[in-house]
Each structure stands twice: as C-alpha cells, then as structure tokens.
Design a protein around this ligand. Sequence first.
Ligand SMILES: [Zn+2]
Length: 81
Amino acid sequence: MMRSVEQVRAAHCDSKTAYPNRFQAKFEADKASDRTGELIRAYRCVFCPEHFHIGHPPTYERLEELAWAARRHAQGEELPS
Ligand SMILES: [Zn+2]
C-alpha cells in the first residue's frame, strides 16, 4: 500500500537537516562520507527546492516513490484526511 504524499514527504524531510545551499550540504556530505566510509551525497530537496539534504543514494524503489510524491506535492494536491 502506497503511503500518502505527506507521509512520504515527512519521512524524507523531517529527520534530515535542511541546508540553505549546495556548497554547505556538499561540505557536510564529504565530512560524513569520511567519517563513515560510506557514500553520502548532497542533493536538492525534491519537496522544497530552496534547500538541500545529505544522505545515502536512494534505492530505485525509493526514488520512484519520492518522484511520485514530489510531483503531487508540486501540484499542491490535497492530502487525504
Ligand atoms: Zn526536504
């Protein structure tokens, strides 16, 4: 069962730090990569284009779900109540 747009957005954004620009996000991503030895990237938030997050590259399924939710979020779709 697919989650609602708001559930997907909240799961994606609320636990992550929002960086105001790519430079700062990239700096933090590189530090985290060095610390963990894992690939961690900086990327523009799919829901709020004015900020950036850092994280592991998503799986294909996760990417599909994010794209679906971001498209509806951008269209201002009403959330199921
Ligand atoms: Zn976000």
